[in-house]
Design a protein around this ligand. Structure first.
Ligand code: FAD
Length: 413
């Protein structure tokens, strides 16, 4: 039987980051994943933003106009499966309620200290992993086609500036100075604090390589074989068993596979999302990730090509893919940017793991000694992996946590 102090279940960006932080505190750590390589699921296909300027979590809109558009599946940024409503409606309703004024204020207060540390926590990991080349200090552009939405965006930008963030407000001419090959929009905001990753899966691989170089182990196996055993926990590997005193559940949208059989009722939902890569037309370039605010899609220049990522799809996690949002946004993206052909045989699909208050669950499982949670990073797992990994490692090793961990506890619902 192989032994470890800690087994981290899940080799997405969240599990990898937690493993590195535990290892740095002297723990012998094993990472287990069902894939032979790290970062092959949600952490593979995201838009690559380390979103320092996103100090407000993504709340459910309360405006009548948006609600009507969502109800009739007319908004490109959101889509839902009517057949899934009986199962997803209770979660959606909770999300809607948590997005009201008092819930939103609570989530904002708890989210901000995490976001504020995101770049500072990625920096030492990416430096030690030799992966700085994957992270650009580009910021990102939020572009607007309509004067009314631009004016509202500019007002929001002023609010962000009051929190110390740097945002340039650009008219069409200024936009073209920064992105000369775009079709001119009405205007844009350039969020300057954010960094962007050119290949999120390569960043996961670099973090795993660092973990292995520091003496960690990575094994393939099924987390669902977890059982309490003697004074710790046991997992089945392809050959033999793994014993660990502590378990970290970092299975992203699949974390319920562990906590549910153990009797926890944590309201984890998913917002699915898609991506597709495109070639650029000859002699054309994009220099920043670009969110089309009026149409709800994002274009990010990446190693493989320009990655178009979609907004949220509300559906059962395991339902077959329905990449309607890619089909809707693709012609709009062609109108905006100098895109060429599709580069992927089919759209990629992932599922953002979300709690109704848009905060992750970080900390001990209340009813089981040696069981720890770190999941539910919603739209910001790439951003927050290293921050929440640090927080969890501090809690697990008895250090003083750098922020109050109570807003993220598992029994808050
Ligand atoms: C379209 C889209 C765009 C996004 N853009 C951004 C962005 O720009 N910036 C940002 O910060 N975030 C973004 N996100 C969110 C971010 O990708 C996620 O929050 C993050 O990847 C979650 O990481 P994770 O490690 O928790 O989960 P995952 O990356 O899904 O990792 C979970 C791991 O658990 C493993 N696993 C599951 N079940 C088992 C099992 N039974 N046994 C063993 N292993 C198992 C999986 O193989 C996987 O490796 C985006 C998400 C989507 C979908």
């Amino acid at each position: 039987m192989q032994k470890a102090d800690v087994a981290v279940l899940g080799a997405g960006i969240v599990g990898l980051s937690a493993a590195l932080h535990l290892q740095a505190r002297g723990r012998e750590v094993v990472i287990l994943d069902r894939h032979a390589a790290p970062g092959q699921e949600t952490s593979f296909g995201n838009a690559g933003l380390i979103e320092r300027s996103s100090i407000f979590p993504y709340f459910f809109p309360h405006s009548a106009n948006k609600l009507i558009r969502y109800a009739f599946n007319l908004a490109p940024e959101a889509h839902y499966h009517p057949s899934a409503l009986p199962t997803i409606f209770p979660w959606l309703w909770r999300y809607f309620r948590e997005s009201g004024p008092s819930g939103a204020a609570r989530s904002f207060a708890a989210f901000r200290p995490l976001i504020e540390q995101c770049l500072a926590e990625h920096a030492p990991l990416s430096a030690a992993a030799g992966a700085q080349g994957l992270i650009r200090p580009s910021g990102w552009l939020k572009i607007f086609h309509a004067a009314s939405s631009f004016d509202a965006g500019a007002r929001d930008a002023e609010k962000l500036k009051s929190f110390g963030l740097s945002v340039d407000i650009l008219d069409a001419r200024d936009v073209l100075k920064r992105e000369p090959h775009l079709t001119p929009p009405h205007g844009a905001l350039h969020f300057l604090d954010t960094a962007s990753v050119t290949d999120p899966a390569a960043l996961s691989q670099a973090y795993l390589d660092l973990f292995l170089a520091r003496g960690g182990h990575f094994i393939a196996g099924d987390a669902r074989t977890l059982e309490q055993y003697a004074r710790g926990w046991r997992l089945e590997m392809t050959q033999g068993h793994l014993f660990a005193y502590d378990i970290v559940v970092a299975l992203g949208p699949w974390s319920d596979q562990i906590y549910r059989p153990l009797g926890y009722q944590i309201p984890l939902g998913v917002k699915r999302g898609y991506h597709m890569h495109y070639a650029l037309q000859k002699d054309r370039q994009l220099f920043h990730p670009i969110l089309d605010a009026d149409h709800g899609f994002l274009l990010a220049p990446m190693t493989r090509g320009v990655r178009l990522t979609t907004g949220a799809e509300f559906a059962n996690r395991d339902a077959p893919p329905t990449p309607i949002q890619i089909d809707r946004c693709e012609p709009l993206a062609h109108n905006l940017a100098p895109l060429g052909d599709r580069l992927d045989p089919a759209p990629w699909m992932g599922a953002r793991p979300c709690l109704p208050d848009m905060l992750p669950v970080i900390g001990p499982a209340p009813k089981h000694k040696g069981l720890w949670f770190n999941f539910g990073h919603a739209h910001h797992g790439l951003t927050l992996g290293p921050v929440t990994g640090r927080l969890l490692a501090e809690i697990m090793t008895g250090e003083s946590p750098f922020i109050d961990p109570r807003p993220y506890r598992a029994d808050r619902f």
